[in-house]
Structure formats: structure tokens, C-alpha cells
Ligand binder design. Structure first.
Ligand SMILES: Cc1cc2nc3c(=O)[nH]c(=O)nc-3n(C[C@H](O)[C@H](O)[C@H](O)COP(=O)(O)O)c2cc1C
Length: 217
């Protein structure tokens, strides 16, 4: 235990060359700055830079977080998709609000997005589903996400059956598959610094446009 504590203390944070973030040069909208940072993460070779932690809370108010793939960003918000029976889908039905967290380690950059979540209509959700790879569609067609599984053979048999169904009917869409948009109320950009002079800039939604505010690190 003590060894592990020491080991953790010795892990270097914010190693290597880090980008400089000048908040005075930040664009007017968080979607623009997010896109710049996301492209920077891609360029820096970050693995799955579009992976984000999506936090939700259920009826009891207790949070749950999991990693999901970002489907897109636009003026309306940040998008992700989910199976209709998953914990996140059930949480969102109870409390349509989420927090997203991105961390791009080699750049020491974090982005946090918070806001209400709006479900897309069936047509847009189906289009998202049909754009997925065959394997991802087969897995989602099973539709039992986060339910108890007896053994791995059962999983493999269900995937095989799904793949066969897709071969016969390539346009099948998993019932309940839903594209969601987080309509941000606030988006915070955090740039880490070796000397711990971290720079934080939050965009807060106002009636007309966005207000930018620096935060203490
Ligand atoms: C990098 C990564 C990407 C993932 N992308 C998705 C995704 O786009 N959609 C999804 O439903 N689950 C995705 N998962 C799995 C989820 O983290 C989670 O296990 C699953 O959605 C069940 O969540 P639930 O607790 O809301 O039911 C991903 C996991 C990882 C590690």
C-alpha cells in the first residue's frame, strides 16, 4: 500500500512540451475552441481523442460515468448515441442532463461540458445507427446493454445471430437507438502547466451568445 502511494507520487504529470493557451485569443464560441483543441489532439496523435466521459444521474440523484464516442459538435451542442435500454438512457429519461469530460493527456488539456440533453428524432437516430460499422450494429442490435450475461459463449452466439440478421436485412435499425445532444450551459477549457499555473477559461451561455470567464486554477 505504502509502495503504491509512493509510486503514484513519483508518476510524472504534464511531462514533455505543452501547448500554450492564450485565453485572450479564444474565439467567441466554445464549439470553435473545442474544434481547435480536438484537431490539435488528433494532430498530436492522441488515441481516441473523440472518447469522452459522459456523466449522468438517475432518479436517486447519484452519478454514473462511462466513456462514449463523440458523434459530432455544432452550434446546437455535443452529440453521442446510446442503446435505449442502457443505464445512461434510463438516467437521461429520468434526468435529461449530462456532463462530458475530455482529457487529452499529451497536451495536458481538459474540456468539461455541462447541459441539458435533447434526444434526436427517429430519422436522425436511425441515420447514426446505419453509419456504424457492421460489428457495432450487430452488437447494438442485441439490445441488452448492461444487463447480466451468463457467459461469454452466450455473447458470441448473440453477435453471430445479429450478424446473420444484418446480412439478410442490412437496413435494420436497433429499436431504441438514440442520438443525444448535450446543449451546453457551460464549457470549460483547462490547459495544464508544469509549474501548476494552469489556465482555465469557461464559456457561460447567456441570453445572447456566450460570456467568457477566467477561473482560478
Ligand atoms: C473508448 C470507449 C468508447 C466507447 N464508446 C461507446 C459508445 O459510443 N456507445 C456506447 O453505448 N458505449 C460505448 N462504450 C462503452 C461504455 O463505456 C459503457 O460500457 C456502455 O455504454 C454501458 O453504459 P451504461 O452504464 O450507460 O449502460 C465505450 C467504451 C470505451 C472505453
Amino acid at each position: 500500500m505504502d509502495d503504491l502511494r509512493q509510486l503514484l507520487r513519483d508518476v510524472e504529470v504534464f511531462a514533455g512540451e505543452l501547448p500554450v493557451f492564450d485565453p485572450l485569443m479564444a474565439p467567441d464560441t466554445p464549439a470553435e475552441l473545442f474544434t481547435e483543441w480536438l484537431l490539435g489532439a488528433l494532430e498530436a496523435g492522441v488515441r481516441e481523442p473523440h472518447a469522452m466521459t459522459v456523466s449522468t444521474a438517475g432518479a436517486d440523484g447519484n452519478p454514473t460515468a462511462r466513456t462514449l464516442i463523440l458523434k459530432g459538435v455544432g452550434p446546437d451542442g455535443w452529440r453521442f448515441a446510446s442503446d435505449g435500454g442502457s443505464v445512461k438512457a434510463r438516467d437521461l429519461a429520468q434526468r435529461p442532463f449530462a456532463a462530458l469530460t475530455f482529457y487529452w493527456s499529451p497536451l495536458a488539456r481538459q474540456v468539461r461540458v455541462r447541459g441539458p440533453v435533447v434526444a434526436a428524432d427517429a430519422e436522425d437516430s436511425a441515420a447514426d445507427f446505419l453509419a456504424r460499422s457492421t460489428g457495432a450494429r450487430a452488437e447494438a442490435l442485441i439490445g441488452r446493454q448492461s444487463q447480466p450475461l451468463a457467459d461469454l459463449a452466450q455473447r458470441d452466439a448473440a453477435v453471430k445471430e445479429s450478424l446473420e440478421r444484418l446480412e439478410d436485412e442490412p437496413d435494420l435499425v436497433a429499436p431504441g437507438w438514440t442520438l443525444h445532444t448535450v446543449r451546453p450551459e457551460s464549457v470549460e477549457f483547462w490547459q495544464g502547466d508544469k509549474e501548476r499555473r494552469h489556465t482555465r477559461l469557461v464559456y457561460v451561455r447567456e441570453v445572447e451568445g456566450w460570456r467568457k470567464q477566467l477561473l482560478w486554477p
